[in-house]
Write a new protein. Structure first.
Length: 298
């Protein structure tokens, strides 16, 4: 089968299409024929070698974390899903014709599996962030709200009864308003703009873009720990928190279930790429200006 691999860290040009064996699911894993796989900024950072390495990389490496598709095989001990089911979730090396998922949920009826290919990381991260923040009422500020994770956070938070302020560039304000957020421009003067729409302040904030706004966010919330970033690892230096999948205390399936249970939940697919155009998809994802998700179809 075809899969995307790279044999050294570097720019998008290191990505190539390789012929590889179909992977075999291990205990608690499933194999899916991929309909669509989401492209995340995390993928671009891993490819570039900018993520902390616990051990030397064992090249060649695959890329991709989330996908949706039809189940083709079950690993030992798997229950509650059958060959032929259409699921979405997270796993490894998902930019391929077939891929392993380690966590999954059934794609809701009426949802395009290609779109659902970008749900895994976004919904897991959104559910994790909201659980870690623990905000049950009040106002949430989301910096970088129009991407995949931000889109999921806004929908989850609004459904939980929170007032959501989302920052994005002006052309994306209509999109955020449609999700139920109060849209604001990012950049200089953010604190003053937030004060205009939330004169009593905000109760929590997420930094999803790593745009260097942690000091401003910390100044807007009751306590620095009410700010959580997924993109700025300097946040603890300001008293804020960093959340990663490696340190999560939640289950990915919890975020998946929240998306499935939320009527009308959707992640806009800004663009679909063919597998052979994976380098272009990485270039766009690395820019951080995507509305919703980018999805690759094998």
């Amino acid at each position: 089968m075809r899969a995307v691999q790279f044999t050294s860290f570097g720019g998008p040009e290191v990505l190539r299409i390789a012929d590889v064996d179909v992977p075999v699911p291990g205990p608690g894993e499933i194999l899916v024929r991929v309909a669509g796989a989401g492209v995340n900024q995390l993928d671009t950072k891993i490819r570039a070698g900018s993520m902390p390495q616990g051990r030397p990389a064992a090249f060649p490496l695959g890329t991709g974390v989330d996908a949706a598709g039809t189940v083709t095989a079950l690993g030992p001990g798997v229950a509650g899903v059958a060959v032929g089911d259409v699921v979405f979730g997270t796993g490894r090396a998902t930019m391929a014709e077939q891929a392993i998922l380690t966590a999954w949920a059934t794609v809701p009826r009426g949802v395009d599996p290609v779109e659902a290919g970008g749900w895994g990381v976004a919904t897991e991260t959104a559910g994790r962030l909201l659980t870690e923040l623990g905000l049950r009422e009040g106002t949430l500020l989301v910096s970088g709200a129009s991407g995949g994770v931000g889109s999921a956070v806004v929908q989850f938070a609004v459904a939980r009864g929170l007032t959501v302020i989302g920052t994005a560039s002006a052309p994306r304000h209509g999109y955020l308003a449609g999700l139920g957020a109060i849209p604001l421009a990012y950049g200089a003067g953010l604190v003053d703009r937030v004060a205009e729409v939330a004169p009593h302040g905000v109760d929590g904030a997420f930094d999803l873009s790593g745009a260097g706004v942690i000091p401003e966010l910390v100044g807007l919330v009751p306590h620095p720990t009410d700010v959580i970033s997924i993109a700025d690892f300097s946040a603890p230096g300001h008293g804020a928190r960093v959340s990663t999948g490696a340190t999560r205390t939640t289950r990915p399936e919890d975020g998946f279930a929240e998306a499935v249970a939320l009527p009308g939940f959707a992640l806009r697919v800004e663009r679909r790429y063919a597998l052979v155009d994976i380098a272009d998809a990485h270039r766009q994802a690395a820019g951080g200006h995507t509305v919703g998700k980018l999805v690759v179809t094998p």
